[in-house]
Design a protein around this ligand. Structure first.
Ligand code: ADP
Length: 322
């Protein structure tokens, strides 16, 4: 391959820039040109291509978000949209793609491979950590640390005012962020989409905590753990028990920020391997890290197989909340 394209797509995640830098510099070291595609699949359809050399990715390893910008594209969900994208890529002499994004991005990549024979290798960039084939996705560690920092601050207030706080963290379908910050933040209850927990159980836990002499509690709730999120869950608990609490929704604060060292290293490693894999002639796979080793997983497995939460960790959260 003489020229490859790289793009970021779907939700932004800290470390996407570090992955981009690794792609550009690895390719350059192999004598391969890199074209950056702005705004994900939307920019692919609109032909927003920029040549990227090693100097163009200087000073971005520490920056959150993505300098290539990201977007969601309805047009790319249509065959006609994808045909335009493929034509643009071919006209620009782009022979293969490194796609940095989440499961939607990889579903789109699969279509490009099948319909237009354009080779693609995926790099898992999403704060949700919900991709099969990698222990951690790029951005997850940063998001966890950001949420944890917020929870630590809220705990100060909870303790000072002897209050219960319900804190909603991101995770509509997956509770990875909630579980990790729940343990690290010493939450009394962790509510995840994967494990059902009733308002009755939470009310019981809060009253048991009060009996044990605890004057404040932190309940970490993943967005998708209860219909209507933390606010609705709190109302249901109050209805049953009369407990008062404050609700804080952390929201988009969890998405941005300078990536942690762990995310930068993961992004650098996976970006480099993805580039070597693509240029070496392999397509249709996602690079990941499993038990410290770099692995390749077929894209269809990465998006269709479910990564399970660690149930032992969930049990640990329950035991340690005592
Ligand atoms: P993420 O990659 O973070 O999961 P999205 O789910 O928003 O983000 O997906 C990013 C983009 O990928 C979508 O806006 C769309 O253009 C494209 N995409 C997602 N699913 C498909 C699909 N099934 N077929 C074609 N393109 C898709």
């Amino acid at each position: 391959m003489k020229r490859i394209g790289v793009f970021t797509s779907g939700g932004d995640a800290p470390g996407m820039n570090a992955a981009l830098r690794a792609v550009v510099r690895t390719a350059s070291g192999m004598g391969v040109e890199v074209v950056g595609i702005r705004r994900g699949y939307a920019g692919m359809i609109d032909g927003e291509f920029v040549p990227l050399g090693p100097r163009d990715v200087a000073n971005i390893i520490q920056r959150g978000g993505t300098i290539l910008l990201t977007a969601r594209s309805k047009d790319f969900m249509t065959e006609a949209g994808r045909a335009t994208a493929a034509r643009n890529l071919k006209e620009a002499g782009i022979e293969g793609l490194v796609a940095i994004g989440g499961d939607g991005t990889f579903r789109g990549a699969e279509r490009l491979i099948e319909e237009h024979r354009i080779p693609v290798v995926g790099v898992p960039g999403t704060i949700d950590n919900d991709l099969y084939g990698t222990d951690y996705t790029i951005g997850f560690d940063t998001a966890v640390n950001t949420a944890l920092d917020a929870i630590d601050r809220i705990r100060d207030t909870a303790a000072s005012h002897e209050r219960v706080f319900f804190i909603e963290v991101m995770g509509r379908y997956a509770g990875f962020i909630a579980l990790e910050v729940g343990i690290a933040g010493g939450a009394e209850v962790v509510a995840l989409p994967e494990v059902s927990i009733s308002p009755e159980e939470i009310a019981r836990t809060i009253s048991a905590s009060l009996e044990k002499g605890k004057r404040s509690s932190i309940i970490v709730v993943a967005e998708g753990a209860y219909p209507g999120g933390a606010e609705a869950l709190f109302r249901a608990v109050r209805e049953l028990s009369g407990f008062e609490a404050r609700v804080t929704v952390l929201g988009h604060i969890q998405r941005g920020g300078s990536p942690t060292a762990k995310d930068r290293v993961l992004a650098s490693r996976l970006g480099a391997v993805a580039t070597r894999t693509l240029v070496g002639g392999t397509s249709g796979v996602m690079v990941g890290e499993v038990e410290g080793e770099v692995t390749l997983t077929p894209l269809y497995e990465a998006v269709t197989k479910k990564k399970e939460i660690d149930i032992d960790l969930y049990e640990l959260a329950r035991v340690l909340s005592g």
